[in-house]
Design a protein around this ligand. Structure first.
Ligand code: 48F
Length: 263
């Protein structure tokens, strides 16, 4: 078979823009491709929702690849075993209740499950702002403003583009970047004790893990927080390289939004 470079280019461009235009009106936009975002994307996509995940970096996985301090194993608790089991990730019990999994295998498996379930993954794409609307005095986030990561990294003055979404899941981790932008630019109150982002506290794994799941909720009309972003938003602790809470948070946010969307 002879190869035509023009066809290769056309195949990539037309397939990519088909994926892009089918994302103009999303059910759910997920920002951040760490363990919580990937789990949420997988669980929503497998129910048939129009869901896309935006990750600033070239690779998915956020803080999961490196395990603890680059020793590339993660620990998960018994309660979250079913999620990695369903993704086909082998685990070993280290002590009762503490399971270890290969960090690379777990990250790759979650990425694979999300993509194969039909989540549209846009890597190398940064969410730099949100779309906001006001109706009867109530503000709501109705979409995301995205730009190419290399454009932002190079500091080029290039305008972003916009996609609409019924719900946004803020999964950007410790920095809570998208929610910070929403609060900084708009005169809004969040569904937190102070109405603002409370900020992350120091290490307390047991409380943090429980709170990651507890704080996974809608924090502003149209915006849910999940994963480490949920902890930072509601002022809880960090937990280090134990990942069960991240997986359970992704599972919970997917279930709650699925209910809201009528499934
Ligand atoms: O930090 P990250 O892995 O978030 P997570 O799902 O998991 C936290 C754990 O990895 C770990 C932990 C506990 O076990 O404490 O830190 O809550 O992934 C966040 C992802 O969001 C991307 C970022 O590159 C990372 O991959 N991200 C951040 N800001 C943006 C973004 C943005 N504005 N647009 C697109 N992606």
């Amino acid at each position: 078979m002879s190869l035509d470079e023009r066809v290769i280019t056309e195949a990539i461009a037309s397939t990519y823009f088909e994926k892009f235009t089918s994302s103009l009106d999303l059910d759910v936009a997920i920002v951040g491709g760490g363990p919580s975002g990937l789990t949420a994307a997988w669980k929503l996509a497998e129910q048939g929702f129009n869901v896309a995940l935006f990750e600033r970096k070239l690779s998915m996985g956020g803080g999961m690849w490196g395990g603890g301090m680059t020793w590339n194993f993660v620990v998960v608790q018994e309660e979250s075993r079913h999620i990695l089991d369903a993704a086909g990730v082998p685990m070993k019990e280290f002590k009762p209740g503490y399971l270890t999994a290969d960090a690379v295998c777990a990250t790759a498996a979650l990425t694979f499950k999300a993509a194969v379930a039909g989540a549209k993954i846009f890597n190398c794409m940064s969410v730099e702002d949100v779309v906001i609307r006001e109706e009867d005095g109530v503000k709501r986030v109705t979409g995301i403003v995205i730009n190419s990561s290399p454009v932002l990294m190079a500091g080029l003055h290039v305008d972003p583009v916009v996609l609409y979404s019924k719900f946004l899941i803020e999964c950007t981790g410790h920095d809570v970047e998208v929610l910070k932008t929403l609060v900084r630019k708009n005169d809004v109150r969040l569904n937190t004790p102070s109405g603002q982002i409370e900020g992350e506290q120091s290490m307390w794994a047991e409380v943090a893990e429980a709170n990651t799941v507890r704080h996974t909720r809608e924090v502003f009309p149209g915006v849910y927080v999940a994963g480490m972003a949920a902890n930072a938003t509601f002022g809880s602790y960090r937990m280090g390289p134990i990942f069960g809470g991240m997986l359970l948070s992704g599972e919970k946010v997917a279930a709650e939004i699925a209910l809201r969307l009528g499934r």
